[in-house]
Design a protein around this ligand. Structure first.
Ligand code: C2O
Ligand code: CU
Ligand code: CU
Length: 505
């Protein structure tokens, strides 16, 4: 889709035309979109016959999974400790066969046998102790995405737990880290495969002084799933490795196109846990206020009409129904400039939405104090590139290099204010994520045109449009080795990742 068409389409949809859709119409409408993956990989194998493994075979029709069932609640991981301020639990990565519908069984890789994984809920200041067992047939780690935990506890690819092995992840959460996080594997060269087989779970850190504690909460963990006609999870195709994998199913809390009910202003935490799917989230019929980003509450509530979440990002929204109607939650078409002869992107139906009542939330004007860390005294520069190498296919590089477990790319000092400039010198969107701490966005620039975010909040993952440059401000607070990478998991797994060693001053 060309850019002008794309923008006018967004404008039309944002103007409210979705409130006119019924769920059934929309479901049919987006069938075409969801079948696209299949046509797409088939078509690719025709055009690029010299590359094998293009096809993932026949895919399951989206109509095969039940839809419009009530949104499942994420199951909380049980705290085994009775001591105040201590969270102790057991987490096991293991294969599990789960039936998503009659006559269909899928072999997933799970945390504790569940899809999605269990939700960890703790308070700032808590001591967290997780006894982890790896019952997968290969090594893995558990990475606490976005959380300020010591590098030795953060599931780095250097610290794999072997198949059959166990370890304890242990950390104390500092003050002022309340927010919406998640956990997923971070082994060496295996993240994409382990996540698309099902490994992901949510992690909420609460504050005892939460200005929004009075609101009811919903949690939307959005993940991606591809199933073949037998209900199995197929391997990545070559196109998946290039563009990032998008299955035909986007699930919320493990359910396909569930029914979500909102009858009063509600705080909704949203996770984009998809391998590569960009979610340009639109919730019609509602007043939608952005109240939190990756690392906690923003300074002030900000009205949003469509919110782009790239893979790995989270947001907290206060959503108030402003009419009584039935509508749909959609991911609006977003063109991230995939490679190859990709079809035009289409809107993707995420859920049926039933709205009753019309009461707008009264929100405090000040939600959080986001204190700028001050003038940067160190700088870092990253450049993303894509290079076609004969015999090895496409390579995704940072500063001309692929990830190497044994190479330190950058050094930072504990407590030093740094400005990072990240240049996406490629024709496709990539995002940027760094471990160990949250950062502030300074600005973005494409061809001399600058933009700044409309909110002030802590981030650990940001998107970069093709040829866009982002500047961020970050202060690492703990020493140790940290990863930074594109969170399109196929790119990360192919080596679009670097390592920064944080040393004492
Ligand atoms: Cu979600 Cu390296 O992380
Ligand atoms: Cu991370
Ligand atoms: Cu990427």
């Amino acid at each position: 889709m060309n850019r002008r068409l794309f923008i006018s389409r967004i404008a039309a949809v944002v103007a409210g035309s979705y409130t006119a859709y019924t769920f059934a119409q929309m479901g049919e409408h987006s069938m075409g979109g969801s079948m696209m993956g299949m046509d797409h990989s088939g078509m690719m194998s025709g055009n690029m016959g010299n590359m094998s493994m293009m096809q993932s075979g026949d895919l399951l029709a989206t109509s095969a999974l039940p839809q419009a069932r009530p949104l499942p609640t994420l199951q909380t991981l049980r705290n085994l400790s009775s001591e105040a301020g201590v969270f102790e639990a057991e987490l096991e990565a293991k294969p599990a066969t789960i039936s998503l519908t009659n006559n269909l069984k899928t072999d997933f890789w799970t945390y504790n046998g569940m899809i999605p994984g269990p939700q960890i809920e703790v308070y700032e200041g808590d001591r967290v102790r997780i006894r982890f067992k790896n019952s997968l047939p290969e090594p893995t780690t558990v990475h606490w995405h976005g959380l300020p935990v010591p590098a030795s506890q953060d599931g780095n690819p250097q610290d794999e737990v072997p198949s059959g092995g166990e370890r304890i992840y242990e950390f104390t959460l500092p003050d002022n880290c309340a927010g919406t996080y998640w956990f997923h594997p971070h082994g060496h060269n295996s993240v994409a495969q382990q996540v698309y087989k099902g490994l992901a779970g949510t992690f909420i850190v609460r504050s005892k002084r939460d200005p929004l504690a009075h609101l009811p909460e919903q949690h939307w963990l959005i993940s991606d799933l591809r199933l073949d006609s037998e209900g199995a999870i197929p391997d990545n195709t070559m196109m998946d490795w290039m563009n990032g994998r998008e299955g035909q199913f986007a699930l919320i809390n493990g359910a396909f196109r569930p029914e979500i009910t909102l009858n009063k202003p509600t705080r909704i935490r949203v996770w984009n846990a998809c391998s590569a799917r960009y979610l340009n989230l639109h919730i019609p019929g509602c007043d939608v206020q952005l109240v939190g980003t990756d690392g906690g509450l923003v300074a002030k509530p900000t009205a949003v009409r469509a919110l782009l979440l790239s893979p790995g990002e989270r947001a907290e929204l206060v959503v108030s129904p402003i009419e009584s109607t039935e509508t749909v939650v959609v991911a609006l078409a977003y063109d991230r400039s995939k490679m190859g002869p990709a079809r035009a992107e289409e809107d993707y139906l995420l859920a049926k939405l039933v709205l009753t009542g019309a009461a707008k939330a009264e929100l405090p004007q000040q939600l959080n104090q986001i204190v700028d860390p001050g003038k940067a005294t160190a700088t870092k520069t990253l450049e993303y590139t894509e290079v076609m190498k004969k015999g090895c296919g496409m390579q995704f590089l940072i500063n001309g290099k692929r990830h190497d477990l044994n190479r330190i790319d950058l050094t930072s000092r504990v407590g030093e204010v740094e400005e990072w400039t990240i240049f996406n010198n490629s024709h496709m969107d990539h995002n940027f994520h760094i471990h160990g701490n949250q950062f502030l966005e300074v600005d973005y620039q494409i061809n001399g045109r600058k933009r700044t975010p409309t909110y002030k909040g802590w981030k650990d993952t940001i998107n970069l449009r093709p040829y866009e440059t982002a500047r961020i401000k970050i202060v690492q607070k703990m020493k140790g080795l940290r990863m930074y990478h594109c969170h399109i998991l196929e790119h990360e797994t192919l080596g679009m990742m670097g390592q920064v060693d944080v040393v004492e001053r």
